[in-house]
Design a protein around this ligand. Sequence first.
Ligand SMILES: Nc1ncnc2c1ncn2[C@@H]1O[C@H](COP(=O)(O)OP(=O)(O)OP(=O)(O)O)[C@@H](O)[C@H]1O
Ligand SMILES: [Zn+2]
Length: 835
Amino acid sequence: MSVARVIVDVPSRDIDRPFDYTIPDRLSGWVEVGSRVAVPFGGRTLQGIVVGLTADPEFDRSRLKELIDVLDALPPLSAELVELGEWMSRRWVCPLTVALQAMLPSALKGKAEKYIALSYGQAWPAEELLADGGFRQLLEKGDPVKLSYLLQHYPHEADTIKRMLRSGALMETQKVEDRLSVRTVLTVFPGSEDVMRSGIAELGKRAPKQREALEYLLANPEPIPQQQLAEAVGTTIGTIKSLADKGWAEIRPVTEDRDPYAGRSFAPTKPMQLTPAQQGAYEPIAKAIQEERSEVFLLHGVTGSGKTEIYLQSIQTCLAMGKEAIVLVPEIALTPQMVERFKGRFGERVAVMHSRLSNGERYDEWRKIREGRAQVVVGARSAIFAPFGRIGLIVIDEEHETTYKQEESPKYHARDVAAERARLHGAAVVLGSATPSLETYSAAVGPYDKDTAAGRAWQPVYVPLPERVAARPLPKVSIVDMREELKLGNRAMFSRALAQAIEERLERQEQMVLLLNRRGYSTFVMCRSCGYTASCPHCDIALTYHRGSQNLRCHYCGYAEREPEVCPSCQSPHIRFFGTGTQKVEEALAQTFPGIRVIRMDVDTTTEKGSHEKWLTQFRERKADVLLGTQMVAKGLDFPHVTLVGVLAADSALKLPDFRSPERTFQLLTQVAGRAGRHELPGEVIIQTYEPEHPCIATVEHHDYAGFTEQELRHRRVLGYPPFGRLITLTLSHEQVPVLHTLGESFASKLRAKAEAEGVRQTVASGTGLSLEVLGPVPSPIPRLKDRYRYQCMVKYRGEVDAIGWTSAVLRELADAMKRSGVTASVDVDPQMML
Ligand SMILES: Nc1ncnc2c1ncn2[C@@H]1O[C@H](COP(=O)(O)OP(=O)(O)OP(=O)(O)O)[C@@H](O)[C@H]1O
Ligand SMILES: [Zn+2]
């Protein structure tokens, strides 16, 4: 196997294939499938990932170039992850390198030099002695050794070094943010009591400091950092070293890991006695784990039904089999309570991965998983790629959340990746939610027919939990029609019902959650005289007003301008800020309820690291009456004293031109309603809206998931939207519209021709059987971004049509034309955001 097949890291469709390189003898032991390597490519040196090894290259060996270097001692990707990457690149029509790079922690994307160090306080394993003792001496000095040094001086020790790395005797690290993730501390290991006593006798009255140090060790026979011992007895390092020289103690390097949760303690918890309903849900899951069956479960449990406890006990079952578990949570920075619950149950065995960790911390957590020091990972979307080798269970909490879909390439959905990874490992998947996505729900319970099942690789087993733990009632929900309030002359932000309910909570000293589904102070700026709205000069998007900086900003490109005093178009002074932001609500609360204590959580108050946790802790300690915020207050929180949930502007998202808006509104309202009355005190929910009759609002009143779903699915069936049809969108961008037209038309007509040739019907709506329809090209919902125009085509299809494969083929056919004209294309398979 002297030739490596390498995917170079150039995310371009026209070189999306492996290139062959010969492996020089000095690197032969180090290269595996999944290794990161440096290769010569078109006169440059590029990074790449080895996806195959062969003895039989496509081209004449003498024409192949040689690998330049191996960048890690152990390959950062396993063969399984490489296979998963190949599947992803087909499934989401993206270059393979894009899929592979998405699996690496960002610290591993640069050129940082690797180091090898002795592991955490491990004694040197005698049987692993290398032929040349120099290597050992090098490491025992305590400083990590550069990988390049080892490659140069010990080219043939690859197997031994790799074996020691895999067994945990050695470890691999690198500098991230200018420091190594391990710290090496020279540590004094006391000799046996007898040895130390004879040392004291031997010293007699000489060297009183040495004697004192020995006496200290006799009294405290734990390993102690050399520096600390010197300080404890008031002496120098030299004195301590002489203890070791005389054999009364031993000094060895001990490595310490950096831990983002260092210094935090998590109250340990024991498994709870499951309720009969929980037991009924747990059993089939546990059985699948034990039988190593890659089965997908939809755990549909109302808010507060005890889903998390089922996850915890299923993980317990998985760990008992010596296997590993992945838990995905929508955005972990928002749910510190989840981390607490998992760390509380499984302690040190839990690694955490989320966007609020620094690159260095992420890399350390990744190493913790890779080195087998963690068996459970709790993390956001990308934790689905955790480098485990024996996965037994994957949990996706709040499976309906949009954060599981990555919006940049690779535009994968973690739910589908989970099902595929589980298939490769024989692992169970649990999708948990109080409001499952319509796709997952109808896949589990129907309505489904041959067409809706199209292209679906998995069908979940439906596991319902229709009641809250301990028969606690779901909160009482009332819908307030804000139009009626207006008729009665109430122009305030709070309806009479909500104002009264807040008043009552303040009197009873109970707590409240108020949800406003908006960000910033107000959403956009409009002139009341001429109708002018401020929009970005580069993006055709309304600018958002930020009060802190008193400027208007574009959320897409970062463009900012000063807040206008008069309308730039008609000079009228009646230019004002529209919409209600959380800051305005905060002000209105203070005015209406003097003395009310409010914690506001939105993008502006949570930019600092750890700020979510800080606010939530304060709220839990009842230092505030109200937790006010955007979506981030809606999910996963469990506070015993919250008895009121209020929703302002429940319908604000319904105007968005996205067919999933009603579904998202229903999910959000149900989730936030579920924050009330989760413990002894009963809960109440008040939802303010201008559209009380809309099904997605009306059904929330009776917690009627089935009722909402039935109506919404009927609507989707007529239009051929998911789950009845599937979608692919192609967005093209360029400085000039005519170029976009031409390329968009050729994409559409080539795809239509393929459908025609295969005898596929070309209307999807309200039909059955095989069909495929190409809509567009039309201007995208965001018609211009960063000075480039955008056009889109939408492919809608039903049945076993290989629309993904055809799209991919057409894009390959057009790759040259696009490159020549400078058009960029972006494909979204199963898009979640239509905007
Ligand atoms: N078997 C049990 N016995 C007693 N209490 C339980 C049991 N299971 C869960 N609980 C408690 O019930 C409450 C709700 O449980 P949990 O938070 O797990 O529900 P959930 O379904 O995950 O909620 P949500 O989806 O609304 O976030 C928690 O306070 C939890 O400690
Ligand atoms: Zn812009």
